[in-house]
Design a protein around this ligand. Structure first.
Ligand code: MN
Length: 429
């Protein structure tokens, strides 16, 4: 099986530095999204990628080396943070795909920790391979919130697992057996926070080169706001001329098993979107024929037409209500701003700018900046204004405090007590 691939990375439109690192060499592909002050983010993601590469350069069992590489990356970050106190608290996500060629069953091993993601485009459908290690993902899995609510949750940047925090790297692993024509995508959260799944799928499906597709995805993230660094790696599985007709076709309905069988514990594949299930509409046999033009047909047609109108009208009304009965606090021209609508819009309803406040983004602390740059949903204009008033009050309060310690006021690290095994949580950078 032959691959072609490309990679792109960009600082985005708001951040000053790019804390993402990546590698794409035909054998190993990986994205790391670092976090931490004083260049800690760049350092952590760079250490992780370097550790991954050097661990895999050794002779030995590839899948074992792959697992070890995450442990080595974790320890290397801890060691560096120990040496340089300015880097303490740094960490990074890492999502990596290792291409294993053994003739008959070429496959990818995908391993991840944190919220950088791996997806695969298979026959036009985008499937998410990895699960985010975030507080919000935990809430979704517990059933406390829906996937849709998670997308706009104000704590969606809180990570439950990263490299460089605990003594052991608790990563998930997946096996993905691709088919010719499939496209693998690795990306940092800068992409999927700004570009919706069907847009990602459409770009991945284009016939452009993987390099161009990687760049197009980054451009799309920046068009969507570019509030974060964005890194994309696109790997296309090429059809094999000689052997393609020998390939065993996937069994219908067994798509999940084919796309990624969980190897590690509590690992599943999340299909992001699947095509509609095609079922044949049974044609009634021996039904009494109604002559065309009869009153019965006419009355039924009219009733059906009215029903369709009601459905369309009702749906439009619900969408309109959902789209317009919300406000959010976001950014415009490097200032805090209030919008009417929902971030990213709903169908044909795009959010509109209500007002740009006089509050510059530069006055916000790390946590406030995080929230605002990722849009804070509020139920009314009044509530949105109250949120901004509260921000101003917090800033005024912080300014009035005499600094007593050297603790950085821009730290975005939060600690929560997670309900399950992981106890360390970090706000993503
Ligand atoms: Mn990020």
């Amino acid at each position: 099986m032959k691959l072609e691939w490309g990679a792109a990375t960009h600082t985005g439109l708001v951040r000053e530095t790019n804390q993402d690192s990546h590698v794409a060499d035909g054998k190993v592909f990986a994205v790391a999204d670092g976090m931490g002050g004083h260049a800690g983010g760049e350092v952590a993601s760079r250490i992780a990628i370097d550790a991954l590469r050097s661990a895999l350069a050794v002779e030995g069992d590839s899948s074992e080396l792959f697992a070890e590489s995450f442990e080595k990356a974790n320890l290397a970050i801890l060691a560096q943070a120990d040496e340089d106190s300015r880097l303490s608290g740094m960490g990074t996500t890492m999502t990596a795909a290792l291409f294993l060629e053994d003739g008959t069953s070429d496959r990818f091993l995908v391993r991840n920790i944190g919220d950088s993601r791996a997806y695969i485009l298979h026959e036009g459908d985008l499937h998410q391979i990895t699960n985010d290690h975030t507080y919000v993902q935990q809430l979704i899995e517990e059933g406390s919130i829906s996937v849709e609510e998670g997308k706009h949750h104000r704590q969606r940047h809180i990570l439950t697992r990263v490299l460089g925090v605990e003594t052991s790297a608790n990563s998930d692993v997946f096996t993905v057996t691709p088919q010719p024509g499939d496209v693998l995508l690795l990306c940092s959260d800068g992409l999927f926070n700004h570009v919706v799944d069907h847009e990602i799928a459409a770009i991945l499906a284009s016939s452009e080169s993987p390099q161009r597709i990687a760049e197009m995805l980054v451009e799309k993230a920046n068009l969507g706001g570019g509030t974060d660094n964005t890194t994309t790696i696109v790997v296309r599985v090429l059809p094999e001329k000689a052997a393609s007709h020998k390939k065993v076709l996937p069994v219908a309905g067994d798509e999940t098993a084919m796309l990624g069988e969980a190897v590690g514990p509590r690992v599943t594949v999340n299909p992001v979107s699947r095509g509609p299930v095609l079922s044949s509409i049974p044609t009634p046999l021996g039904k009494k024929q109604v002559s065309s033009g009869s009153r019965l047909v006419t009355v039924r047609s009219v009733l059906f037409f009215i029903l369709v109108l009601l459905l369309v009208g009702g749906t439009a009304w619900v969408v309109n209500a959902y789209a317009n009965h919300a406000y959010y606090v976001g950014t415009a021209n490097k200032r805090v701003a209030i919008y009417h609508g929902r971030p990213g819009g709903v169908l044909w309803y795009q959010p509109s700018l209500v007002e740009t406040t006089s509050l510059p983004l530069s006055q916000l602390n790390g946590t406030q900046y995080f929230d605002v740059s990722h849009d804070v949903l509020e139920p009314s204009l009044q509530a949105a204004r109250a949120y901004v008033t509260n921000l101003r009050a917090q800033i005024a309060f912080e300014k009035s405090q005499v600094p007593k310690t050297t603790t950085s006021p821009t730290s975005t690290t939060t600690t929560l007590t997670a309900p399950t095994t992981s106890t360390t949580t970090t706000a993503a950078g």
